[in-house]
Design a protein around this ligand. Structure first.
Ligand code: FAD
Length: 378
């Protein structure tokens, strides 16, 4: 509910700013950093609806990823080779860009590599995918050498059950998503950006040469409004094809002995994924394809259907004690097209609001690219 601001509040937190960014996920934070670099003297404010960022950026799996072969092949089929390649090239350059903005050790970034796994029953799919690895490596040869390697002996995947084959890439990284967002928040603060948390923006109006933001704490005038609300954009950007899609995750308690594998694992076109957290916890997530309709929501709670599926997959594919307890469960909201289309949207509305949204399941790699594009509109 709106309440009157004091003179002091109006003159400080809510004074007219040059740029106001809505949303303090990685896209909003990186945009503020890029805009500050370009305009050292601009006044920049970030408005965030929650006490801490609360969309996808602190609720993801922390993969800084190229993607898995079946996911890329499926993207090529749905988007065409050129568009799928561009997205991959941007992901790769986004990861490198991110590592210029934050130091790898500050965010626990490690290039531990990644495996796409194929399980019993997937033999035909494995063989078909293997037959396309040469094509994929040729396609990606401008980006990196031998991106994918067929790994039949599975030596390094002790600890995984029922796998019949894998395709390895050394170009997958993983990081600590909480540390990343915290570091970016510290960076925007040290860059003189005003960040106000707990303020929801209800509407953005064009008013002469400025934008007027109607917020839960009153109105704020800004020369340029920028929306970085990803899957939660329906209210502020109703004309854009962005739909909220929920992603869910489980994390085990510490296992009695260290994991035999440490890397990013994907299977089933990236709909399922797992990684180590440290030496002895497994994070497992995905399964949105089990209930596309139920997971097309902006509600942050977990659902029994997906949580039960994730738990049963953990026991089916990982050598963990039967009594392994799940210590964390959470959900986050991603932004896709209404029919699960990938491909981010960056642009300007008719009312001159700049936006960078719909980062699907690859925001860690793409947000640095989108932030740069947003800054180029100014
Ligand atoms: C379970 C899960 C696993 C994932 N795994 C990975 C992964 O391993 N690797 C990867 O690259 N990507 C992954 N993703 C996707 C990735 O997290 C997102 O693409 C990325 O975080 C998007 O960042 P963003 O800043 O654009 O959006 P968000 O992080 O969603 O930030 C949007 C912010 O806007 C705020 N907001 C919304 N509406 C308003 C409003 N009206 N007023 C004020 N504030 C508002 C929200 O509170 C939120 O903090 C995953 C996502 C989920 C949910």
């Amino acid at each position: 509910m709106s309440r009157p601001l004091s003179f002091w509040e109006r003159e400080s937190f809510f004074s007219e700013s040059d740029v106001t960014i809505v949303g303090s996920g990685i896209t909003g934070l990186l945009s503020a950093i890029r805009i500050r670099e370009k305009f050292p003297k601009a006044s920049i404010t970030i408005l965030e609806r929650s006490p801490i960022p609360f969309g996808a950026s602190t609720r993801n799996a922390g993969f800084a990823c190229f993607g898995s072969p079946t996911e890329i092949l499926s993207d090529i089929q749905s988007m065409g080779e050129k568009e799928a390649y561009t997205l991959l090239a941007e992901r790769w350059s986004g990861i490198k860009e991110l590592l210029h903005i934050v130091k790898p050790y500050d965010v626990d970034f490690k290039f531990l590599g990644g495996y796409e796994l194929f399980f019993k029953g997937d033999k035909k799919k494995y063989e078909e995918t293997c037959s396309k690895i040469h094509y994929l490596n040729e396609l990606l040869s401008d980006l990196a050498n031998e991106v994918f390697l067929i790994d039949d002996d599975l030596d390094e995947l002790e600890g995984i059950k029922n796998a019949i084959g894998a395709i390895y890439t050394p170009y997958e990284g993983q990081l600590h998503s909480g540390k990343l967002v915290l570091k970016l928040i510290q960076k925007v603060h040290s860059n003189g950006v005003i960040m106000i948390s707990g303020v929801e923006v209800h509407q953005i109006e064009r008013s002469g040469d400025t934008h007027l933001l109607h917020t839960s704490m009153g109105d704020l005038k800004t020369k340029q409004a920028i929306v970085c609300t990803n899957g939660l954009s329906a209210t502020l950007l109703p004309d854009l094809p962005v739909a909220p899609k929920r992603g869910q995750v489980i994390v085990t308690e510490p296992l009695p002995s260290p994991l035999e594998w440490k890397s990013n694992l994907h299977w089933d076109e990236g709909f399922y994924y797992a990684r180590n957290i440290g030496d002895n916890r497994i994070l497992l997530g995905g399964a949105r394809n089990v209930d596309f309709t139920g997971e097309s929501t902006d509600q942050m709670q977990t659902s029994d259907a997906i949580q039960n599926e994730l738990e049963s997959v953990l026991k089916k594919y990982f050598k963990v004690p039967a009594s392994t307890a799940i210590e964390y469960r959470w959900a986050g909201i991603m932004g896709f097209g209404p029919q699960n289309e990938k491909g981010y949207l960056v642009g300007k509305t008719d009312t001159e609001v700049i936006y960078g949204v719909r980062l699907s399941g690859m925001g860690i790699a793409l947000a640095p690219i989108i932030a740069k594009k947003i800054s180029e509109f100014l």
